[in-house]
Design a protein. Structure first.
Length: 309
């Protein structure tokens, strides 16, 4: 059973099933995480970032825009909205685009996208001085929501996540949908797209090299350092890695620290659920199925719980 299915609709119902204990903000690492490298490359206000953003948009949509200033950034920053922050959003013509990069599979992207777009549309309407409570139909830019995934989960080049998958009961809410288009840019996936956008190719090649170094057992700092040096040698992003070397390294180390923290947090959540279920005398096999932990891990937790009594 996959992580996202923990205590979800696919799990067997049980009258005494404990709820997942939500982690509070106080459990987050003390360090303040900077923006991710993907956002730095494609979502910045520099002239080179504008050009890379335009190239990415053209590659995705088969267009041939030439003026980077036609893309108007609308990215939500946490300086303004404390509980809301996205990677990259921008207007071009009558289309509102939202790009999110994910290294960990998240089945809740359609709901997150809906929340992001609600805020983006509110900002757009406010800037245009439009009133939703009048008798005239208010026109809004059409939405385009794309998630760039480069995690380790095996996925097709292109897939869709639908908000209706989260509706309870299943099959309800007909006529209402919100879709996230997920593009797998990890490993050997989406080769045609990467050929059309050199900046995306360079970014993916760098990330894949870091991951490859880590899989050989290299320490994080060495893995990142070697990948940065390689990117400089290959002139990735037209010298960006050379001119921004220290920032790229710090950003990359922070990202991989966050990924490791997220993995540990999910395991802690699973173990906490398993401990609650053990205390309520659930069968070990049911606990393993619901949490995704191995039978050996559940047995270990059971022994620890018995020793603490």
């Amino acid at each position: 059973m996959k992580d996202e299915e923990i205590l979800g609709n696919s799990a067997r119902p049980h009258p005494a099933r404990p709820a997942i204990v939500a982690l509070q903000d106080s459990l987050l690492p003390v360090r303040e995480y900077k923006d991710r490298l993907f956002k730095k490359i494609f979502g910045d206000t520099t002239e080179e970032s504008k050009r890379w953003r335009l190239d990415l948009y053209n590659a995705l949509n088969g267009t041939a825009y030439t003026d980077p200033d036609e893309l108007k950034l609308t990215t939500i920053e946490n300086v303004i909205y404390v509980t809301m922050k996205n990677d990259i959003s921008f207007l071009i013509g009558s289309q509102m685009n939202l790009y999110e990069q994910q290294s960990t599979f998240n089945p809740n992207m359609p709901l997150r996208g809906l929340m992001y777009f609600a805020q983006l549309y509110q900002m757009n309407l406010s800037a245009r001085g439009l009133d939703l409570f009048g008798s005239t139909l208010v026109k809004i830019p059409s939405p385009s929501f794309i998630v760039f995934y480069n995690g380790d989960r095996e996925m097709p080049d292109v897939s869709e996540q639908k908000l209706s998958d989260a509706f309870e009961p299943a099959g309800s809410g007909k006529g209402f949908e919100w879709t996230a288009k997920v593009i797998n840019i990890g490993g050997n996936h989406s080769g045609d797209l990467l050929k059309r956008c050199r900046a995306l190719y360079d970014y993916c090649s760098y990330v894949d090299r870091v991951k490859g170094n880590l899989k050989t057992g290299m320490p994080k700092k060495a893995a990142v350092g070697e990948a940065v040096d390689y990117a400089i040698k290959e002139n990735y992003l037209d010298g960006f890695f050379k001119s921004q070397k220290m920032e790229v390294m710090n950003m990359s180390l922070t990202e991989f620290d966050q990924e490791e923290y997220d993995r540990n947090r999910r395991r802690e959540e699973k173990e906490e659920i398993a401990q609650n279920m053990l205390a309520r005398n659930y069968p070990v096999t049911d606990i393993a199925e619901i949490t995704g932990l191995s039978l050996a891990d559940v047995a270990r937790l059971s022994e620890e719980l018995a020793g603490a009594r």
